[in-house]
Design a protein around this ligand. Structure first.
Ligand code: SF4
Length: 253
């Protein structure tokens, strides 16, 4: 199967209702009742259909194990605990993120979490002392995130992200499905709000990232993540003051 023949409809940038067939088929046997009525069927059903029907064995979940990652990972673990989960191990994460990753994987029973790291030679050549983020953050993200992920995704026909529309102005039109570089990209949580996610985390008894309770609603690498004041965009603490809002993993469709 390839992206052009998959059974998932490729939605326009704002068309969350474009998957009613998926909701009907995928949501019918969902054992848990959604904490946020109506929304979970959309997200969960889409993920389930993609993992079990459209791209079995050819789909990966990409997760930062950040502030709200637990919901998507809990769904994925429930659907198939062997699904590949790709974690970009940049070498610059908060210690709290690495500990949260360990605890969440154990709690959910995920059995195929893969650490994706930069090439050792490229790292030694371009950032031998780990300070590239301070002088060239785009280059640092390419070295530590974008390039390694491009290589890691090569075996897959589709991948899943945890992005949401509410997170930032630049994500307001985020579609459920995209076709990027010939690969289907799913955003099952695109339409979920912060309160939807909080309710789902509570309903499922999922552990919280400790920094999410200390003013970090979006958590990336430690040198490039700051606390956010009430009322600010959740992602405004990322690369604050640098005019940079994305690491480059999420290019426009
Ligand atoms: S978020 Fe910062 S430290 Fe992490 S890869 Fe990008 S520039 Fe480097």
């Amino acid at each position: 199967m390839n992206a052009s023949t998959c059974t998932l409809p490729i939605a326009a940038r704002t068309a969350p209702a474009a998957t009613p067939d998926l909701l009907a088929r995928g949501g019918a046997d969902h054992a848990r009742q959604p904490a946020a009525a109506g929304r979970e069927l959309e997200g969960y059903a889409l993920l389930r259909h993609a993992m079990l029907t459209a791209f079995p064995g050819r789909i990966a979940v990409v997760s930062s194990f950040g502030a709200e990652s637990a919901v998507l990972l809990a769904w994925a673990a429930e659907i198939d605990p062997m699904v590949p989960v790709l974690f970009m191990d940049t070498g610059q994460h908060f210690a709290e993120t690495l500990e949260y990753r360990r605890a969440l994987v154990a709690a959910l029973g995920l059995r195929n979490v893969q650490d994706i790291r930069p090439e050792a030679a490229a790292l030694a050549s371009s950032d031998p002392v780990g300070l590239l983020h301070g002088i060239d953050p785009d280059g640092c993200c390419a070295l530590r995130k974008t390039d390694p992920l491009d290589s890691a995704l090569a075996p897959y026909k589709a991948w899943v992200t945890g992005r949401k529309r509410y997170q930032a102005a630049g994500r307001r039109d985020l579609p459920l499905l995209e076709l990027v570089d010939g690969r289907v990209k799913l955003n099952p949580l695109a339409d979920w709000s912060a309160s939807d996610l909080a309710a789902e985390i509570l309903a499922r008894g999922l552990p919280r990232h400790p920094l999410s309770l200390r003013g970090y609603p979006s958590i990336g690498c430690a040198p490039c993540t700051q606390q956010v004041a009430p009322g600010e965009d959740p992602r405004s603490g990322r690369w604050r003051g640098l005019g940079k809002t994305e690491c480059g993993i999420h290019r426009p469709a």
